[in-house]
Design a protein around this ligand. Sequence first.
Ligand code: SF4
Ligand code: SF4
Length: 187
Amino acid sequence: MKFKCIDECSQCCVEREYYPNKEFGKIGVLILPEEKHRIEEIGKKLAIKVNILPRIGVSKSRNSKPKVLAYQMMGIEKNGNTCPFLDTSGDNKSPHGGFPCNIYNDRPLACKTYPLVESNPITLDEKCKFCKEHKTANENLDSEIESLLKIKNEMKTNASVIWRYATNIGEQEDNSYFQNGWIVEEE
Ligand code: SF4
Ligand code: SF4
């Protein structure tokens, strides 16, 4: 089965999830440290406000400040949804008829990877509409595989402590669950 976006779908640029749970708030699009400045500069040029928070940090011990291994670009809605670069004006369409990305050629590596979550065996994100309809695909995923391997390579670490950043962003009714800032995930 060849992977191809479902007609008119923009779900992965709109919906953001709680990960790993509500305590951490909703996550944004993963941004590698080397991508952060570039994405912020594109935002400035397009006069689009971009909010990039830390996502994963590493340190030698609990007592040392985490070094950021990955950031995340938050959605523009109060509940954390909708990427700032998604053109929701309705004036333009993506090639498959969804809302287009304003920075498609310069989009983050994580966007180039989606919906692939594993390359061996090929595993697609269950939330992707294509995956819901077809379960999996084995063609037309070469660039996604390449991007995923690059991200995995960049995220390799021997650090003793892994931290995850709680964004404090999500649905209003879930407010009481949210933490804010770095939380130790593994040591
Ligand atoms: S990758 Fe999946 S969720 Fe995203 S637009 Fe394509 S079909 Fe929709
Ligand atoms: S940068 Fe573009 S592709 Fe990535 S989530 Fe935003 S709108 Fe979608």
